[in-house]
Write a protein that binds this ligand. Structure first.
Ligand SMILES: *[C@@H]1O[C@H](CO)[C@@H](O)[C@H](O)[C@H]1NC(C)=O
Ligand SMILES: *[C@@H]1O[C@H](CO)[C@@H](O)[C@H](O)[C@H]1NC(C)=O
Ligand SMILES: *[C@@H]1O[C@H](CO)[C@@H](O)[C@H](O)[C@H]1NC(C)=O
Ligand SMILES: *[C@@H]1O[C@H](CO)[C@@H](O)[C@H](O)[C@H]1NC(C)=O
Ligand SMILES: *[C@@H]1O[C@H](CO)[C@@H](O)[C@H](O)[C@H]1NC(C)=O
Length: 488
């Protein structure tokens, strides 16, 4: 009953938020008493925005900065006073790159791009931090990743172990030397326009010598524009992502990451928006409008969640040999099929758990919901896997990873997730209120036998797309707003 009330109040909030400030406040207080927000800016409604940018190579590192761009970390953070935006991060801060010092930079990191980016993120976090409560928070995070992998460059470890250059028959995309480069970054700092709209953006390309002002044909491109009316509504984040022949595998997400500790895919201290880590009892609310899907290879994640716990269930501590990144994603592109099937158990998790906590083994062909799973892969450092099993890619993360990918299916209906292909897709914009905690606590994740079950704490929650090796130029375009993570 409490959950039901919460949803009602959120709805009221949406309808009247812009019209009647007082009523909106009341509705907000109602949410507070029934469920606390886990994010610093519930529903993206704060006028003084906090947003940052990070770009990752194939294994979530930097390797080499793009010429003239500095370290691929940036932020746009400001407070609003008397209709003036007071920016907290200068363009000089955003351009900081190896060899240039800032407050808190260690000598060790000065000339090492991977370490430098980590410390730059902490520095930007210190400039953006909102500490008007006991739980300080920093920013929403725009995350961009280039899926090119040059196995001859020796840049990525294998399940966390250093790996020298190698050749392989596997088809990792790479056009040749330099294919793992970082992108250009253009930043329009948020400004208040004459009509009362605040607006700013990040955009750029991986094609370093291109002039994107002259058209995007054959070029990679990304862009996130944020807009909000001063004093009302939610920030609206408009995303575009375009692949090209040279850059066929790109990812762009808007993340709510932990404000401290390791967030999903990191093996180092991070900054973000989740001041409280959601565990099993929480909902995720947001509005999503998909305008262009990004083609058949676009694994659009209605929601993607990431965390880290060790093989034995203990929390991660940064030891990349025993830490395991855990991801789960609901893919809503109707073109993406279930690879898991009664004749391909290798792509299914060992079992499914129903909302009423009944365990269904994947060889129970009469009952297992095969269509609910796109793909499951196990961490490469696990020693007690049930056969047959697919191992996750050992190179695309700083440590071993495990991935559970879901598809719309009636079995997820109880959690408010899409039950049929096409729901929430192009032409069907929706506001979702997902019982992500209920679903996530029932997903299968690997653990060594006879170890106490991990306490699942989600350090990253995000939305966006992974265009997974397109064979032609593809473009995705979507709008995200109202994001909140509500603890029940
Ligand atoms: C706010 O701005 C207006 C117009 O610029 C100015 O007249 C007014 O004094 C300012 N108020 C404060 C409190 O700074
Ligand atoms: C990208 O950003 C630049 C600089 O802010 C801007 O001139 C341009 O219009 C933006 N979009 C494209 C498609 O280039
Ligand atoms: C784009 O690439 C195709 C195939 O390589 C080529 O034929 C075409 O001329 C290119 N277009 C532009 C505008 O560069
Ligand atoms: C649990 O739900 C399934 C359908 O999802 C149903 O067949 C089964 O009888 C239920 N079991 C219990 C114990 O309620
Ligand atoms: C199903 O798999 C379980 C192991 O997960 C095994 O014990 C059982 O014998 C299998 N059942 C059939 C019918 O193959």
């Amino acid at each position: 009953m409490r959950n039901y009330l919460l949803v009602i109040f959120v709805g009221v909030n949406l309808l009247l938020g812009g019209v009647n400030g007082r009523f909106y406040k009341d509705a907000e207080r109602e949410i507070d008493t029934n469920g606390m927000s886990a994010v610093g800016d519930p529903g993206m409604r704060r006028n003084g925005l906090r947003v940052a940018f990070e770009a990752w190579n194939f294994c979530n590192e930097v390797a080499h900065e793009a010429p003239g761009m500095g370290s691929p970390r940036a932020a746009d953070c400001f407070d609003v006073s008397n209709s003036t935006l007071l920016h907290k991060v200068s363009e000089a801060d955003n351009k900081l790159g190896i060899g240039r010092t800032f407050k808190g930079l260690s000598t060790e990191a000065m000339h090492r791009p991977d370490l430098y980016a980590v410390e730059k993120e902490l520095y930007l976090g210190s400039l953006c931090e909102v500490s008007d409560s006991s739980k300080p928070w920093q920013f929403w995070m725009v995350m961009l990743k280039n899926g090119n992998f040059d196995t001859k460059a020796g840049l990525c470890p294998e399940n966390g172990k250093p790996k020298p250059p190698f050749t392989t028959t596997k088809n990792f995309p790479c056009f040749g030397e330099g294919c793992m480069n970082q992108p250009t970054l253009n930043h329009r700092p948020t400004q208040l326009l004459g009509d009362g709209t605040m607006r700013g953006w990040f955009n750029g390309t991986y094609d370093l010598d291109a002039d994107i002002g002259k058209g995007l044909t054959n070029l990679s491109f990304y862009e996130v524009i944020w807009e909000k009316k001063l004093g009302s509504g939610s920030w609206v984040f408009k995303h575009r992502l375009k692949t090209s022949m040279k850059y066929p595998w790109l990812m762009l997400y808007l993340r709510a990451d932990a404000t401290k500790g390791f967030s999903g895919g990191y093996h180092y201290e991070t900054r973000g928006m989740l001041h409280t880590l959601p565990r099993s009892n929480f909902k995720v609310k947001f509005s999503l409008e998909i305008k262009k899907g990004g083609g058949p290879k676009s694994q659009f994640y209605l929601i993607d969640m990431g965390s880290c716990w060790k093989k034995n269930g203990e929390p991660c501590d940064g030891d990349v040999l025993t830490d395991v990144t855990r991801y789960s994603e609901m893919i809503i592109n109707p073109d993406v099929p279930a690879w898991c099937s009664p004749t391909a158990l290798v792509n299914c998790p060992p079992y499914h758990i129903t909302p009423n906590n009944t365990k269904i083994l994947r060889n129970d062909t009469a009952n297992f919901p095969y269509g609910a799973y796109h793909y499951y892969c196990a961490p490469g450092n696990a020693q007690h896997l049930e056969q047959p099993v697919s191992l996750c890619d050992p190179y695309s993360n700083p440590q071993a990873q495990e991935i559970v990918q879901l598809l719309p299916h009636p079995i997820w209906g109880e959690y408010g997730y899409p039950t049929e292909k096409g729901q929430g897709w192009i032409g069907d914009p929706r506001t979702w209120v997902l019982d992500t905690g209920g679903l996530a606590s029932r997903l299968y994740f690997y653990q060594d036998p006879n170890t106490p079950p991990a306490e699942r704490r989600w350090t990253s929650i995000d939305m966006g797309t992974e265009i997974f090796v397109s064979d032609k130029d593809e473009e995705a375009e979507w709008i995200l707003s109202d994001l909140d993570v509500i603890l029940l």
